[in-house]
Design a protein around this ligand. Structure first.
Ligand code: GLU
Length: 299
């Protein structure tokens, strides 16, 4: 089941773990440009599933920064902390279908198994402790055709193992929540950073188990720091500020392969975005991640 015949709906789904940085701006902008280029809608979803990692006020700050860059959700922002009932229903369905199971394995239990969980829980059930819930992964290859990177396949049983969909702490895992919400919001195409490429087969398996459509996927190159690491909100890497958006916006457009030189005369956000949405093309998006010079002033 795919989403090819449905009206285009895209999304940007930041976790509120810090200020938006250049890499998240690239993902937000790429998803917005693609949605607008295809004449579709673009929706912001705040993935606030993991309270210990969240920074108070970060979500509102992210939404305000996006707005300064001209990126405003076409529909009310969806907050994952309000969606627990939907995730619980999906977990219940998977348990009912015998595709999810409770797991009491400790880290050392898993280490004995090369770090992978395969088949069933090897620890003893313990009514005193809350279990994690894992998805039972079949020994098959799950793959998809990324719109930029091409074919990507994983043999989940040996590369990932039975993965956690509800954590011991009681939080629902990203993999489950993202699949439930992409379907609930009728997302037809997921545009996001290439760091999530290897999560996609897990999400496709969950979609199949839950009877949900599989959207198209487009993974954007990552912005790396000088040491070749992905910029991360937790490191407060290169935060982008909304008070002078044009320099960072031009850099992010150039990063996505757009001809920003042509638009040097444009001195405001809205017309620059308009020109970029019209010119946006998949072919121009670089396939490999690249280093962003941290000494450049980006905000
Ligand atoms: N919340 C994830 C992040 O901030 C992105 C999830 C997604 O786009 O699927 O990295």
């Amino acid at each position: 089941m795919n989403t090819d015949s449905l009206p285009y709906r895209g999304r940007f789904a930041p976790s509120p773990t810090g200020a938006l940085h250049f890499g998240s701006l690239v993902a937000a902008l790429g998803s917005w440009l693609r949605a607008r280029h295809c004449g579709g809608s673009w929706i912001v979803r705040i993935e606030d599933l993991d309270p210990p990692r969240e920074v108070p006020g970060a979500a509102q700050q992210q939404i305000a920064t996006l707005a300064a860059f001209g990126l405003v959700s076409d529909e009310p922002v969806l907050w994952q902390h309000e969606r627990h009932a939907a995730y619980a229903a999906a977990l219940a369905q998977l348990v009912e279908q015998n595709q999810a199971f409770a797991c009491w394995c400790s880290r050392s239990d898993l280490e004995r198994n090369q770090g992978l969980h395969r088949g069933s829980c090897i620890a003893t059930a313990d009514a005193q402790r809350t279990p994690a819930w894992r998805l039972r992964v079949p020994d098959t290859i799950v793959g998809f055709d990324d719109l930029v990177l091409g074919r990507y396949e994983q043999r989940l049983a040996t590369e990932v193992g039975d993965f956690v969909i509800r954590r011991v702490e009681g939080y629902f895992a990203y993999q489950l929540a993202v699949v439930v919400d992409d379907a609930a919001q009728a997302i037809t195409e997921v545009v996001r950073g290439a760091d999530l490429l290897d999560s996609t087969p897990r999400q496709i398996l969950l979609q199949r188990y839950l009877g949900l459509p599989t959207p198209r996927y487009l993974h954007l190159p990552l912005a790396l720091d000088c040491a070749g690491r992905k910029l991360s909100k937790q490191d407060s890497a290169l935060p982008v500020r909304g008070d002078d958006p044009l320099p960072a916006l031009r850099s992010a457009l150039a990063f996505l392969g757009l001809p920003t030189e042509r638009w040097r005369h444009i001195g405001a956000v809205a017309p620059l975005l308009h020109a970029a949405a019209a010119a946006f093309e998949l072919r121009a998006i670089p396939r490999s991640s690249s280093i962003v010079q941290t000494h450049h002033r980006l905000s």
